[in-house]
Design a binder for this molecule. Structure first.
Ligand SMILES: *Cc1c(COP(=O)(O)O)cnc(C)c1O
Length: 219
């Protein structure tokens, strides 16, 4: 199937109020344009340089989401245009985003990444660290970041019960956090292999790559 056909099929399965981030990392501009031409406007990348190059080349009504692990020294290259940063996992990084937001006269939208996977290779805050962060006076001073919600990745496994448990956990944290930060509205969870479960468990934003663009070639 073509990219356009894949995208149409997935859109049919996703309720309209859920945001679809088309994950275009490693894929050429021509592939992204195929999705753009049938109306897709939100794309996700995991490398700042690649995202910046694509932003320069492509139509300016695209919303670029940074979904990868982010180094502090890279924030400045995308601060002017990034629509949402999904993988924020430290106060240090938040402070840098705040600084770059100030320089660009904007509040940069961010999601706090939460570690939900039972495997211990993924980045992110745990429940305790999340609470410490939002109670930290330094966190409250960040005027040029706008915290929109949480992001998480389930364990890479065939065990559907485990995936569901991890997403349930994340939604539980999200609902708790809303008691302190009632404006939160984004729960980014679900990828090609698990987005159906993620939606059942309360996701508001799914990040789908290979099911739209096909397998990635990292060579
Ligand atoms: C690559 C990536 C995705 C998309 O993965 P697929 O399995 O290709 O859908 C989603 N989220 C993050 C954080 C990623 O790095």
């Amino acid at each position: 199937m073509s990219i356009a056909e894949n995208l149409k099929a997935i859109k049919k399965e996703i309720p309209e109020n859920i945001t679809l981030v088309a994950v275009s990392k490693t894929k050429p501009v021509s592939d992204i344009m195929e999705a753009y031409n049938i109306g897709q406007r939100v794309f996700g990348e995991n490398k700042v340089q690649e995202m910046t190059e694509k932003w320069e080349e492509m139509p300016k009504d695209i919303q670029w989401h940074m979904i990868g692990h982010l180094q502090r020294n890279k924030v400045k290259y995308m601060a002017a245009f990034v629509a949402l940063i999904h993988g924020v996992d430290s106060l240090k990084l938040l402070k840098e985003i705040d600084k770059q937001g100030k320089k660009n006269n904007r509040a940069i939208p961010c999601l706090l990444q939460v570690h939900i996977a039972e495997e211990d290779t993924k980045f992110g805050f745990d429940a305790h660290e999340l609470k410490e962060l939002i109670d930290n006076p330094e966190f409250k001073k960040l005027d040029n970041v706008s915290i929109e919600g949480l992001m998480g990745m389930a364990t890479f496994t065939d065990n559907q019960d485990q995936i569901r448990r991890e997403f349930k956990n994340l939604n539980g944290l999200f609902q708790d956090l809303k008691n302190s930060l009632p404006h939160l509205s984004v729960l980014s969870m679900g990828m090609s292999g698990d987005y159906t479960i993620a939606i059942e468990e309360g996701s508001t934003m799914v990040r789908i790559g290979s099911s739209i663009f096909g397998k990635r070639n990292y060579n």
